[in-house]
Ligand binder design. Sequence first.
Ligand SMILES: NC(=O)c1ccc[n+]([C@@H]2O[C@H](COP(=O)([O-])OP(=O)(O)OC[C@H]3O[C@@H](n4cnc5c(N)ncnc54)[C@H](OP(=O)(O)O)[C@@H]3O)[C@@H](O)[C@H]2O)c1
Length: 305
Amino acid sequence: MTFFDRRQFMALSVAALLASAGKISAQTARMLTKAIPATGEQLPVIGLGTLEAFDVSLTAEERTALGEVLKALVAQGGTLVDTSPRYGEAEAVIGELVAELNLADQLFFATKVFSMGEQEGVDEMHGSLNRLRVPQVDLMQVHSMRDWELHLPSIRKLREEGKTRLIGITIHRDPGHEQMMDLMRTEDLDFIQVNYNLLERNAANQILPLAQDLGIAVMVNVPFAKAELFNKTSGIALPEWTSEFDCESWAQFFLKYVVSHPAVTSVIPRTSKPHHMVDNLMAGFGGMPDAAARIRMEQFIDGLG
Ligand SMILES: NC(=O)c1ccc[n+]([C@@H]2O[C@H](COP(=O)([O-])OP(=O)(O)OC[C@H]3O[C@@H](n4cnc5c(N)ncnc54)[C@H](OP(=O)(O)O)[C@@H]3O)[C@@H](O)[C@H]2O)c1
């Protein structure tokens, strides 16, 4: 297959996947959105994570596939793209593709500050704006809360300068939850980003209720436990009762579980594959599991051992 054939094939595949979603296409329904408490704006529940997936040298094939991932996100009403200077080439790759596809106005950009040191952090944040090719990001987060004492004041200054709209902190492992809750209580935060999935449910004990109480938006990372959930369910048929909440794949099972938690604002599954992006986006449409169905989902996964 030549590059042109492949490109056509990829474009057709995504179009076919979107069309095959039929009853839940953009023409007939909208993706579920939730309000960001700090601003009241509605954020579509399914976004995109870019760790590793966008850290590439952009061969022609990758350019096509990652471009299709971004186009699929926007085509189904998604907006949120989460990245970090920690993810190698990811910011630069997103910046290049978004500029090429003219999608900047339709995206909600979330990035992070990772470096240690005050000036290093400030320089890194300005570098992110350059790499993403935007004058302002929507959300600037302190990556894994590293050097937060120095970075939070710098991010506030960045906000005064109009270079970010919102402020957040992130963690992706349970041992960071206590510190995260301390900062949620003492710092003025718009967003937290935290690990929560069917294998790692601890955030639901304290962090998620606290976020609800304090009016802090929640972005969930590692929703698939870094693909561990797919390994666990490999070869197992999706239970019939999942059709009650319009679930058609394991990815949708895992994502619908996350976004149906009342405290969760959005989730950022990572993928470099257009058909996986479409699959993930479909989780934001149709019914959602209620409290009883959520318990059933937990019991099903726990029962796999
Ligand atoms: N401290 C932090 O701030 C922090 C830490 C970790 C993560 N994050 C953020 O959270 C995002 C998500 O976490 P993650 O990337 O670690 O892991 P994840 O989203 O839990 O899992 C990603 C894995 O799932 C696969 N996948 C995605 N969609 C699929 C589908 N529909 N069907 C089958 N497989 C599918 C991906 O492979 P394919 O590429 O083949 O689809 C990849 O192997 C990151 O990308 C990053 O933006 C932030």
